[in-house]
Design a protein. Structure first.
Length: 142
């Protein structure tokens, strides 16, 4: 489980940084159905791309820690889930978006609980390994 967590945290970070820079570089063209949304939405999208790249950097930071910090993973997963819930609210208020956005919503709503479930896997694995290492020393009186 710890390895799965680390791989998923790395993957999320790298994907988010790449997506963020893609939005910065191409603006509205990065959003299916929004290519002609105008300069205000383009400015907003490029700004949010930078924020998303920073969000991805936070995931990468978490993946580089030993152990992967459960509290950080839970916070980042909560932000991810909130994004998916924002899409649900958008559907309720304005109707269905482009199909690609619906797929992204499914990923956000489906993957966030996986991160919550795995969040403490690395911390637990390291604690168990540490207790196994200290048990023989205690048994021998060392």
């Amino acid at each position: 489980m710890a390895k799965t967590l680390r791989v998923l945290v790395w993957a999320m970070g790298v994907a988010d940084v790449a997506i963020g820079f893609f939005h910065i570089l191409v603006g509205n063209a990065a959003v299916p159905g929004a290519a002609d949304a105008g300069p205000t939405i383009d400015s907003f999208g490029r700004f949010m791309g930078a924020i998303f790249a920073g969000y991805g950097a936070a995931w990468i930071w978490a993946a580089r820690q030993a152990p992967v910090p459960a509290r950080v993973v839970r916070w980042l997963a909560a932000v991810f889930l909130l994004g998916g819930l924002g899409r649900v609210l958008s559907i309720a208020v304005d109707g269905w978006p482009h199909g690609f956005q619906v797929v992204l919503m499914g990923i956000e709503l489906g993957l966030a609980p996986v991160y919550f479930w795995l969040a403490d896997a690395d911390e637990q694995a390291r604690a168990e390994a540490s207790s196994r290492l200290s048990a023989p020393a205690q048994a021998t009186g060392a």
